[in-house]
Write a protein that binds this ligand. Sequence first.
Ligand SMILES: Cc1ncc(COP(=O)(O)O)c(C=O)c1O
Length: 401
Amino acid sequence: MKISNRASSFSYAIRDILSVAKEVEEKGHKLIKLNIGDPIKYDFKTPDILTEQLKYAKTENYNFYADSQGLPEFREQVANYENRKHGLNISKENVLATSGVSEGIAFTFMAFTNEGDDVLIPGIHYPSYSGNSSIYGTNSIFYKTVVEENFYPDPDEIRSLMTEKTKLVFLNTPNNPTGSVYPEKVIKEIVDIVGEYDACIVSDETYDQLILDDELKHVPTAKVAKDVPVIAYNGFSKVFLAPGWRLGYIYVHDPEGKIEEPWEGINKLARIRLCASTPLQKAGTEALKVDQSVYLPKVIEDLRKRRDLMYNRLKEMDSISVYKPQAAFYIFPVLNMEQFTWKNDKEFVIDFLKKKHVLTVFGTGFGPYGKNGFRMVFLPTAEEIDESMNRLEEILKENRK
Ligand SMILES: Cc1ncc(COP(=O)(O)O)c(C=O)c1O
């Protein structure tokens, strides 16, 4: 039998590179892995304020099917948490529990788009956006995000790309894979542009609490959106260091009821998978009541030190442009490929993996504007970061024209 068009249209660079990594490991080499945004694969630990709450599965038998929209107490705590953090004004009716933000992304495509609709996506982006776009048959229209412009979107360009066919405009701040945090002005301008169309902003705020520089602040899109509809995502994978829990949520900002129908559509579609995991929603509910200062400042301090180390090493290297990530745990350097023997970013990443045993992800796996770039995580220990940077320096030297 043949694979479906839907499945064959789809590829996922972050995981696709793993088959080459496996070959290298099978030859007996130990890899330095800078490829995956999972803090638990390194020396970070899920905070007790979350894991301790799993007890409710035992003590209160939280093992039943929850409502498809989510446990009411979970949705209520999410609304409180978002309102508290960001000065929003959402209620539990505006929240839906998902199996990770990933499920929220898929639901959004299912409920908001038809085949042939346009979806605006950052030129370098978390691959699930374009992946879902190919699965659901929408046109991915990529807007420019480049290192020279701090990977910020350009509102004027977004204006030029908007048409009557545009249904969704994805924003991801703080951003994966660049660590860029969009300024309020940029977000506001984009909101105003989208407001002129029958379209919705999708704001992925998965890394909102992982801002590494004190002077910066995350600006939630819903906060500046006024009457423009926003679908926002967040979850427990990154800020709560629990990616394996697969717990996330969607919240909707829609003061004028412009997206009532697709929001109802998401709620209807959610019934097909019955519910997000009940014991985890209960644990999440309880964890959201606790002050995050018991674990988060330490995580940010560790990330900041590791970011500084990797960034400072990269900055010293020739023929490489690097933007200092302001958030999350990713850095996205761009090679001046003309100076090197490699043809493109993929060839470089595979060579780096095979010769120096350092696993990174090639830039074009994150979209067309990822050309000549590569993504690394700065989650490993200082020793490993230092060693990986030594090896990067070596391979750049060995392959300089
Ligand atoms: C920007 C962004 N959105 C969504 C996700 C997926 O998150 P989840 O684990 O909640 O499905 C990730 C994971 O890396 C991400 O970086």
